[in-house]
Design a protein around this ligand. Structure first.
Ligand code: ADP
Ligand code: ADP
Length: 232
């Protein structure tokens, strides 16, 4: 489903090249909930953002759903990204749009007709249990509700993969549990492959089957938690 082959990322700075991620290979299978854990600055977010080419790798290839994203034209990349949803710590909702219009946004961009958009937005609001908040603006929603809108927006194009970058780090423990259950539910119900980045082992242990531990830009260990940490 997701294959990283010797992927690395360096940034140019006044002191020369800084390595954020050393050459790394990694495979995430279809239907997995895969965690990436490590301290701040370990390179987790950079690895995740290379999985949809939000960050272009310095070396290596990124193969998602059988396509090498590093070889895609801009148009091909736009199409490939419809099958890769993403959510973030700070939600990144458009403040001047309602919940429904935020969810409709990726559908507008991909040219889905209005009637189909409305139907799909309704389905997505149902998936995250926010039918009654369709007309609410982000400022009128709690943190957990905002993240649920962001999840619904990420699901609008029926992705096969959902990338989650610290999705619960701005939320209290109880809301964290609710959001993790939604993510698990989306994995079970639709078979969406999940990659979850977190600095919090409790979060990762809660839902992930396998996890990669990152330190200083490298994966130092891969652990299989299925049957131990993972709850049924
Ligand atoms: P994590 O998600 O584990 O906190 P990141 O992937 O965000 O780590 O960052 C890894 C390293 O790359 C850090 O040292 C960070 O400062 C550096 N880095 C990330 N993005 C940039 C950038 N745009 N320019 C320069 N350095 C960056
Ligand atoms: P269930 O068996 O729970 O009813 P379905 O597979 O029938 O689930 O799908 C229910 C709805 O979810 C359908 O409208 C379908 O379009 C939508 N759906 C399918 N795949 C995804 C996906 N990857 N993300 C979000 N929604 C999806």
């Amino acid at each position: 489903m997701i294959v990283l082959e010797q992927v690395s990322k360096s940034y140019r700075s006044k002191d020369g090249l800084i390595s954020a991620v050393a050459p790394t290979s990694l495979e995430v299978a279809e239907g997995e909930i895969f965690g990436i854990i490590g301290q701040s600055g370990a390179g987790k977010s950079t690895i995740l953002r290379m999985m949809n080419l939000l960050e272009a790798p310095t070396t290596g290839s990124v193969i998602v759903n059988g396509r090498d994203l590093t070889k895609c034209s801009p148009q091909e990349l736009r199409v490939a990204r419809r099958s890769i949803g993403m959510i973030f710590q700070h939600f990144y909702l458009l403040q001047n749009r309602t919940a429904a219009d935020n969810i409709a946004f990726p559908l507008e961009i991909s040219g889905v007709p209005k009637k189909n958009r409305e139907q799909r937005v309704k389905q997505c609001l149902e998936i995250v249990g926010l039918e009654d908040k369709a007309s609410a603006y982000p400022a009128q929603l709690s943190g957990g509700q905002k993240q649920r809108v962001a999840i619904a927006r990420a699901l609008a194009t029926e992705p096969k993969v959902l990338l989650c970058d610290e999705p619960t780090s701005a939320l209290d423990p109880q809301t964290t549990g609710v959001i993790l259950e939604f993510i698990r539910d989306i994995n079970k119900r639709f078979g969406v492959t999940i990659v979850l980045v977190s600095h919090d082992m409790e979060v990762v242990k809660h839902i992930c089957g396998r996890i990669a531990v990152m330190e200083h830009g490298s994966i130092v260990e891969t652990l299989d938690l299925s049957g131990t940490g993972q709850k049924p």
